[in-house]
Design a protein around this ligand. Structure first.
Ligand SMILES: Nc1ncnc2c1ncn2[C@@H]1O[C@H](COP(=O)(O)OP(=O)(O)OP(=O)(O)O)[C@@H](O)[C@H]1O
Ligand SMILES: [Mg+2]
Length: 368
């Protein structure tokens, strides 16, 4: 098996470092606090949550809820209720009776996926007040649990995109009532999460502590890379492992992907030249997607993206210095274009801006 995973979480064996971070999160959970987990894209937030789940004792129930596919409050209720019944209760007639009577007002319907064995639960929701009622009841159900519960909402900023306007306040008031459960809010659209939790006027203001997930340290990562290659009879030296970390820009996904590909080459001596060749192959393989982006953007948006890629990181994107260096338009149209690129997730705003996807950024840099 290729020891460098490029999706999902298997076990601590395939997981590099994150010792202190995992300990901190476990401490937050044990003390029933809430946590907001933010980072650049693809640093390893989702995997860290799974890693924490792996380490918790069985007396704590960890419910992971991926909000990415949800588009409205009804979807939120659906994924939350499915994840709760899957994790909270061993599926039995007794549980069905308990849930049916607890949620009686919402006429719950059970389903059972014969392939996965996963139970499902659906409520009858035909208007906003029924939706709110379901949220109230779901959180009450969580509060009634005998065991300590952690609810980890991944891609939490998604709730801001629902057409219903009151979701932020509705969830905040439910979360506030709970003093035995812990809530984790994680997501990849940092600017949205940061404003949600740090602006005074917002319902979630000051409701949880923030953890900014940094890159895995180079020394830890190189140890992990060397160890995994060596245990499969590959040869790699310290310099080459460092080189892989650098060309992946320290971003977990990039490094995993580079190593995954290098491993599958089955070339037993890993060299910097080989790593470079693999990097070029990755850029080539993604080129169709990159060209497609170019087609979807306005000329100014594309010019800005390229300019940012050439600079790596731009602290003051609206400064005359940056704009005139790349012969970009006036500050106001540049501002609109930059905001649109952030909204699309192509640029990320973290103490200045940079292109979210490092491989895309390398490719852009090579463009005329
Ligand atoms: N500590 C780690 N050791 C090894 N591989 C990891 C580690 N953390 C994450 N990964 C791998 O890196 C990739 C990206 O991780 P993950 O999806 O958890 O990041 P993310 O921050 O949630 O990304 P996104 O911003 O896209 O939501 C995955 O393929 C995952 O398997
Ligand atoms: Mg994620």
């Amino acid at each position: 098996m290729n020891p460098f995973l490029v999706s999902g979480y298997e076990s601590p064996k395939y997981f590099c470092d994150r010792k202190t971070e995992a300990e901190k999160i476990v401490n937050v959970i044990e003390n029933s606090r809430n946590l907001t987990l933010i980072s650049e894209r693809r640093i390893g937030k989702t995997s860290l949550l799974k890693h924490v789940e792996f380490q918790l004792t069985s007396s704590i129930i960890f419910v992971y809820v991926d909000l990415y596919p949800t588009l409205r409050l009804k979807d939120f209720i659906q994924v939350l209720s499915n994840n709760i019944i899957e994790k909270l209760e061993p599926f039995s007639d007794k549980v069905i009776r308990k849930i049916t009577s607890f949620f009686a007002a919402l006429q719950p319907k059970f389903s059972f996926n014969p392939e996965t064995g996963v139970p499902g639960l659906e409520f009858t929701i035909s208007n906003n007040s029924e939706a709110e009622k379901s949220v109230n009841l779901l959180f009450e159900y969580i509060r009634n649990s005998d065991k300590k519960i952690v609810i980890a909402f991944d891609e939490f900023q998604q709730i801001l995109k629902y057409p219903e306007k009151n979701v932020e306040a509705l969830l905040r008031s439910e979360i506030q009532k709970d003093n035995n459960a812990s809530f984790i809010f994680s997501g990849s659209q940092t600017h949205l999460l940061i404003s949600m939790f740090n602006e005074y006027s917002r319902p979630f203001y000051n409701s949880s502590q923030t953890m900014y997930l940094e890159r895995i340290e180079q020394s830890e990562y190189t140890k992990f890379i060397i160890q995994n290659f060596k245990s499969h009879n590959f040869f790699i030296d310290d310099e080459t492992a460092k080189y892989i970390y650098e060309i992946g820009n320290g971003i977990t996904y990039n490094i995993q992907y580079l190593c995954h590909k290098l491993f599958s080459e089955q070339e037993k001596k890993i060299t910097s030249d080989l790593a470079k060749k693999i990097l070029n192959e990755i850029l080539k393989e993604n080129e169709v997607v990159y060209f497609n982006y170019r087609e979807l953007l306005t000329r100014l948006q594309y010019q800005i993206l390229k300019a940012v890629a050439k600079e790596f990181h731009v602290e003051k994107p609206y400064s005359i210095q940056f704009l005139s260096k790349y012969k970009l338009d006036s500050t106001s149209s540049a501002r609109t274009a930059i905001n649109a690129l952030i909204e699309k997730g192509l640029l990320i705003n973290l103490r200045g801006i940079h292109v979210t996807d490092w491989f895309f950024s390398l490719w852009l840099k090579q463009q005329p």
